[in-house]
Structures are given as C-alpha cells and as structure tokens.
Design a protein around this ligand. Structure first.
Ligand SMILES: [Fe+2]
Length: 193
C-alpha cells in the first residue's frame, strides 16, 4: 500500500530546495504524490469542503492542500513566487493573464485534470475555475511564504488591488454554500418524485 506521509513529503520538498532547479525537482515530488490520490485522502482526509489547509509554512516554502468547491471561480491573482500545482481529484481550468497598462488581459489557458502538475513562474497571473460539479483537490507547493508575501489580485474590470486571502476564503465558502443548496434542491426533487 502506498502511503502519503505529510512530514516526509515536506522534508523531501525542503531537501529539493537545495537542488539546482528546485521548482522542477519539487514538481517531480508533487507528480509522484498526486499519482496516488487515495494515499493523500488517507493522510489528509477526503475533501468535502472548499478551503486551504496548510501542511507546511516557512519563509522559503509553503505546502497546501487546496480544495476547490464545485463550479467555483477564483479571481485573477499572482503569487510572486514559483509554484508547483498538482491535481489529485477533479480538475481545474486556469486562465493566464499578462499585464498591459492599467489592467491585465487574457494571454492563455490550461486545463488540468487529476494526475497533472503545472509549474507556474513567479510572474504568473492566473484565475482558476473548477469546471466540475464535484470537489477538486490539489497539492500546492510554493517557493516562499504564500501567506506572508504581499501580492496582487484583480477585480472584474481587470484593475489591480492588494491580494486578500480572506477574499479567497469567502469565494470558496460562497461556492460551498451554492453546492450545498444545489444538493438539497436535488434531494427535495428526488424526495417528491
Ligand atoms: Fe494561484
């Protein structure tokens, strides 16, 4: 049986920080981890609610379990540090943006499904959508302090503002509530049939 051990994973990631290409090395560790979704579920629980769970936080490394509620859309934001994003359940659609004077514009996109790993550069600006009506689960590794680094998000008109992690939590909670309402609506429909 394959085991996902959070402490061992964090230790391997920390050791990989010393490699010549730490992001690529950590991407390989994430790739190996997300190939065994049941092992991650056993270690951190089956995702039933949107949110970010911190598995490790230090000035040079953050490891998160990230759960996207069904159909959630998260506004554009940057990280100001490299990231390795591995999906182990569901999928996510990324839209990428470039800076133009006074705003951002779409520059591309990438669809990720379970087992996929994306390496994002420190300059990346992206928004994320869960295209599925089920929870998407991911392991995110960042080459810095995800919560302590000032960075940006962009409003619907493409204007830059300071990143607000509480706005992320609110977005996830609202999508959770919509998903729960949909489940109870379909329960009452099937109940009356
Ligand atoms: Fe992001």
């Amino acid at each position: 049986m394959v085991v996902f051990d959070v402490d061992a994973f964090v230790s391997e990631c920390r050791a990989a920080l010393g490699e010549t290409r730490p992001q690529a090395a950590i991407g390989e560790l994430v790739q190996r981890a997300v190939a065994e979704p049941r092992a991650i579920d056993d270690a951190v629980g089956v995702p039933t609610k949107g949110g970010m769970r911190t598995l490790h936080r230090s000035p040079e490394l953050t490891v998160l379990q990230f759960v996207w509620p069904p159909s959630v859309v998260l506004f554009p934001h940057d990280h100001r540090m490299w990231a390795a994003i591995g999906i182990y359940g569901g999928g996510e659609d990324n839209t990428f943006y470039r800076r133009v004077p006074d705003r951002i514009e779409v520059s591309g996109g990438k669809q990720l499904e379970a087992g996929d790993v994306a390496l994002l550069g420190a300059e990346t600006i992206h928004s994320v959508r869960n295209p599925h009506r089920a929870y998407t689960a991911a392991i995110h590794v960042y080459g810095g302090d995800y919560f302590g680094t000032p960075r940006s998000q962009w409003d619907a008109a493409g204007h830059e503002e300071p990143f607000d992690v509480e706005a992320v939590r609110r977005t996830l909670a609202e999508a959770d509530a919509r998903a729960a309402a949909e489940v109870s609506r379909s329960d009452s429909r099937s109940g009356s049939a």
